[in-house]
Design a binder for this molecule. Structure first.
Ligand code: MIC
Ligand code: SF4
Length: 648
């Protein structure tokens, strides 16, 4: 008899192409679907082309236009022309601007229980809401999987999160997501997949689960997954996708690598205070903070149920005079349903500003708050500067807390408001996929449109056996990819143009970084725990490499960023003795010794600090595959040197 399996391992076993399902060992998973968007897709498609793949080999691959939608110059329109033409040529579907946010659309239209999805966006995890094993990665990893090759990662620990009871009135899935963050912090989920289970699931719809799966990445987890049960069947039915349904759950008696339990009735409305999503407090304890802006939307909370509840709260009322309320529906389907039910009229009558169906304010594309402003948001990240205003404080809350607070003008516990809204779903949502363009037939030879914003891919050389450079920055714990390459409309517009983008690396921390590293020619960044947390943006590795960054020495790394560093030939080095961090100062001259063909994965290397005269030991904790890339100067250089051709 085979042993009972948890849900994660079942899906992994179905997709295992390399390795063994032993925690910590590298595995290669077959990928059924991929997604990229207009902030990560430019590089992914240029890399796909450079790898020589003629056509995608997945069941379905999509490019979404949702992040980079402001057109104040030619750049974003150039990028969209490039992306849609590349999609058509290489066999991907292209979701046009105005159709919606990739993760919302994936859950509505494409996610299939039991399948794998690899997305060039950290919140790809949202697909876990329907039992899809949905993982975020850098664009180059997604390009490789688009070409039909497995995706590699260390076999995670699977943590069962058992939910009991039901959420009380006005307590929402966002509060559950924040509770998970309160319990785990921004790095407590590293190396793990959170598998939700228990009787509490019955009261959570797919859109509720999507909020929780979405924010699982904020704990550092690889992803989260929910069983595919009656609630999933009901949701897929409303999307006309009953045929995609497959009932999936852990076997009774399945074992896990860790356990957590959350009693839903014990939860209260929660808020993540500035400047980290794990800085969680009870709304009741912070009520009364004056609010300048309330922003409802993002891939965390922009579903039909979220916005219908918001509309019900706003109905017949006006927002407080000092508040700017902005609302961005997650998809065109959601927007049309709101319009057809009169909810849009309730939203607009209350004084809200209706935003484009896109990521928008979530990553600083518009709606930057005033200096020192307080912005209440339903999104998932409140890192410093992410809104576009460095001094603003972002508070993350549920849509219900956001709407009630917009009416009151201050952070308000929604439970004071009376009866909680009850959202009634239609039997079937309006289905119209006409903004998703299919690719041209194979062999159609579609030309790829390359405007001046599409710069050629930079190429990198192999390192020598010794690498010498300055400690360009010495940083603390939890450095985010927003710190490395900030969000914001003007920077996002340059995602296809590495030389132009390079001016912004670490610009919020040290505006002179770009010039300093250029002058030094080669350098290291030194940091504490969980370096590179947050987004999947591979530009946070690619662009520093372009500027001459040879290595990052840290106590530990966030998974996606570490993989991105290897892909672009930057050495991710971990202090053997974390106490050595204190001995390195900005500007110290460092020498990394012992690189070369004899090196083995997990090797401990010597780093000399020429400024202090001391030596320290650093571990190169990477897989063989990654070591080969690092020694070749990155994945593209390795492929070129191996003469690998991906032609059929
Ligand atoms: C984010 O939420 O930070 C983004 C913008 O969606 C990123 C993607 C990117 O920066 O390219 C992510 O989460 O991966
Ligand atoms: Fe878009 Fe924000 Fe979601 Fe990132 S977190 S995908 S920027 S909505």
């Amino acid at each position: 008899m085979t042993e009972p399996q948890n849900l994660t391992r079942k899906i992994m076993a179905d997709h295992l192409r390399e390795g063994r399902l032993i925690v910590g060992e590298e595995i290669g998973l077959a990928i059924d679907q991929t997604l990229v968007h207009d902030a990560t897709g430019q590089m992914a498609m240029l890399q796909f082309e450079a790898l020589g793949f003629p056509r995608v080999r997945t069941k379905r691959s999509l490019i979404y236009s949702d992040h980079n939608i402001l057109q104040v110059g030619f750049e974003n329109a150039d990028d969209h022309a490039f992306l849609s033409s590349a999609a058509s040529r290489f066999g991907l579907h292209y979701s046009k601007t105005g159709n919606g946010i990739c993760h919302q659309l994936n859950v509505e239209r494409f996610a299939v229980p039991g399948e794998t999805l690899l997305g060039a966006d950290s919140h790809t995890t949202t697909g876990g809401a329907v039992g899809q094993l949905a993982i975020g990665a850098g664009g180059l990893d997604v390009a490789v999987s688009m070409g039909g090759r497995p995706f590699h990662l260390p076999m995670p620990r699977v943590i069962r999160v058992t939910l009991t009871g039901a959420l009380g009135p006005w307590v929402r899935p966002k509060d559950l997501a924040l509770e998970v963050l309160r319990l785990l912090g921004v790095s407590g989920g590293r190396g793990s997949i959170l598998e939700f289970a228990g009787p509490g699931l019955a009261g959570l719809s797919v859109t509720d689960r999507a909020t929780v799966a979405n924010m699982s990445i904020e704990t550092g987890a690889i992803t989260a997954i929910f069983p595919s049960d009656d609630n999933v069947l009901e949701f897929l039915g409303k999307q006309g996708r009953e045929r995609d349904f497959r009932r999936l759950a852990a076997d009774p008696g399945a074992t896990y690598d860790g356990e957590m339990a959350i009693d839903l009735p014990a939860l209260e409305p929660l808020v993540a205070l500035p400047h980290s999503p794990d800085n969680v407090a009870k709304v009741a304890g912070r009520a009364g903070i004056k609010v300048d802006q309330v922003a409802i939307g993002s891939c965390t909370n922009s579903s039909f149920s979220d916005l219908m509840a918001v509309a019900a709260i706003l109905r017949g009322r006006k927002i407080a005079p000092g508040v700017s309320l902005v609302i961005a529906p997650g998809s065109r389907q959601v927007l049309l349903e709101l319009a057809n039910r009169g909810a849009l009229a309730d939203i607009v009558s209350a004084g809200a500003r209706l935003m484009e169906v896109a990521c928008g304010f979530c990553n600083g594309v518009g709606q930057a708050p005033r200096t020192d402003g307080v912005s209440l948001r339903t999104s998932n990240r409140n890192f410093p500067g992410r809104s576009g205003t460095a001094s603003a404080g972002l508070y993350l809350v549920s849509p219900e807390t956001a709407a009630v607070s917009a009416l009151k003008g201050e952070l308000t516990d929604p439970r004071v408001f009376g009866d909680a809204p009850v959202v009634v779903w239609p039997d079937r949502m309006g289905i119209d996929d006409s903004m998703i363009l299919p690719p041209a037939p194979e062999g159609a030879d579609t030309p790829i449109q390359r405007g001046p914003n599409i710069a050629p891919l930079p190429r990198f050389a192999a390192p020598g056996e010794t690498v010498q450079g300055e400690a360009m920055l010495v940083l603390g714990d939890n450095v985010t990819t927003d710190d490395i390459l900030p969000a914001g409309a003007h920077i996002l517009a340059l995602r296809a143009n590495v030389p132009a983008l390079s001016r912004y690396i670490f610009s919020n921390i040290d505006p002179a970084f770009h010039e300093r590293i250029r002058a030094a020619g080669c350098g290291f960044v030194v940091a504490g725990n969980n370096y590179g947390q947050g987004s999947s943006r591979e530009h946070a590795a690619l662009v520093p490499r372009y500027l001459g960054l040879a290595g990052v020495v840290a106590i530990s790394f966030a998974r996606i960023h570490k993989a991105n560093l290897c892909n672009f030939g930057i050495f991710p080095l971990e202090f053997v003795d974390p106490g050595d961090l204190a001995g390195i100062g900005k500007g110290h001259k460092l020498r990394l010794l012992g690189l070369g063909p004899g090196l083995a994965p997990g090797a401990v290397l010597t780093m000399e600090n020429e400024t202090t005269g001391k030596s320290l030991r650093v571990r190169l904790d990477v897989a063989r595959r990654q070591l080969d890339m690092l020694l070749a100067g990155g994945l593209l250089a390795l492929e070129a040197s191996a003469g690998r051709r991906n032609q059929p």
